[in-house]
Write a protein that binds this ligand. Structure first.
Ligand SMILES: [Zn+2]
Length: 409
């Protein structure tokens, strides 16, 4: 019930008065338990998770009161579809959860409806295949398997809608509405700040889900299961333009310090110290994920097979480096959060150079990018009026030299 409370709060409180406190009334809690119970009963009837369900609904539909009242947040209760974090104040959306949907009803028909005219398993299979083909290509009836390391970004947990970037932008807009109200909505006489701490952590957690959903579009490969007698292929790369948008989102919402999270009125009630490290660790998690070997391997393969149509390994490195080092173009002072992030980037490049993996372009690209960075720092360093920014850049030049010329040490 605490899990449900936290999800409902952090995903809907911006638009939902019933979630603007820490102890919901019984009617609301009952509805939330119904949501989980329906999913679990689905398992007892034999239904697996369908993480490819929520992508069937366009982001804009999830802002429509009529659509969400009739369809919920996903066509299947067996997705990890959460409460509607996309709907914005003023949209008028009232039904905020997923319910037993068209996909679930159809799955039960597929699994349980007797086929009396079929006298053998082989004959039954023929009939079942005609049923499958009736629904083929309709996203409402699509199945997407649960993944442990996400390759297919259209089959993710905890996401909603058909566009992770736009969905996450709406989700972040709502988190920015919740955070300033966090003390007011969690307050209770004679209570300590444990709920405030927990809900603040939930805001970080929910933001992390958005970052993960978007990150997985980079180097992503969709899987739409098909058989020989259906049109088209099974695996398709995420289009280049979509990957570029995902990267632009990460530069804006993750690497450009998300300073809206730094709220002293809240932090001074829940911890002695820690926000600087917490933000850095948050950014590092997705920085590591972006340069994960399986992702860089997929980017190299996409370029090898699709050429210029692909979002390439070099695009990833250039886009991340341009975002994390944007002060070298603007000549703005580099603040403490960004200095931390820039050092983390250099550490990441160092670890990529130390990797024992040799059948890969990664080291060649790292070397090229670091040499480019040296030039950009040398051009910019005299324009930095802030002393600590200059010290930082001098230090970075030394660190890069150690990476590129380890024998000089
Ligand atoms: Zn489950």
């Amino acid at each position: 019930m605490n899990l449900l409370r936290n999800w409902y709060f952090v995903q809907t409180a911006a638009i939902n008065p019933a979630a603007q406190n820490t102890a919901f009334d019984d009617k609301v809690m009952g509805e939330l338990i119904r949501f989980v119970a329906a999913h679990e009963v689905g398992h007892t009837l034999g239904l697996p998770h369908n993480m490819g369900s929520s992508v069937a609904y366009p982001v804009d539909s999830l802002r429509s009161p009529y659509f969400t009242a009739t369809h919920g947040t996903a066509p299947s209760i067996m997705d990890y579809a959460r409460f509607n974090y996309i709907a914005q104040p003023g949209d008028g959306v009232k039904n905020l959860s997923a319910k037993i949907g068209e996909y679930d009803v159809w799955s039960i028909v597929y699994g349980y409806k007797p086929i009396p005219e079929a006298l053998s398993a082989a004959a039954e299979r023929k009939v079942l295949n005609t049923w499958i083909k009736e629904k083929a290509g309709n996203p409402v009836f699509r199945f997407g398997a649960q993944q442990w390391r996400t390759i297919d970004p259209s089959s993710q947990t905890e996401d909603l809608g058909n566009d992770a970037v736009r969905a996450s932008q709406f989700g972040i807009a709502n988190l920015k509405r919740i955070l300033p109200k966090l003390i007011e909505w969690s307050s209770e006489e004679a209570k300590n700040y444990e709920d405030l701490r927990e809900l603040y952590n939930q805001i970080f957690g929910q933001l992390g889900r958005y970052m993960g959903h978007v990150t997985n579009n980079i180097g992503g490969v969709y899987k739409y299961s098909k058989t020989y007698d259906e049109e088209g292929v099974v695996y398709r790369h995420v289009p280049k333009e979509k990957q570029q948008k995902a990267m632009a989102f990460l530069n804006k919402e993750l690497f450009d310090t998300p300073d809206w999270l730094i709220v002293p009125e809240v932090l001074d009630r829940i911890e002695a110290t820690g926000i600087v490290t917490r933000l850095l660790n948050f950014q590092k998690r997705y920085l590591n994920s972006l340069f994960d070997k399986s992702r860089t391997d997929r980017l190299m393969e996409a370029q090898a097979t699709e050429g210029d149509k692909a979002y390439a390994l070099t695009d990833l490195f250039a886009d991340v480096q341009n975002g994390i080092w944007s002060e070298l173009k603007s000549s703005e002072a580099i603040d403490a959060y960004r200095r931390n992030l820039q050092r983390a980037y250099i550490q990441k490049m160092a670890s990529l150079m130390k990797s024992t993996e040799d059948q890969s372009d990664v080291k060649a690209v790292v070397r090229f990018m670091l040499k480019r960075l040296i030039k950009e720092i040398n051009t910019n360093i005299t324009k930095q009026s802030n002393p600590i920014s200059s010290f930082h850049l001098e230090d970075i030049l030394e660190r890069i030299d150690e990476i590129l010329n380890p024998e000089r040490k």
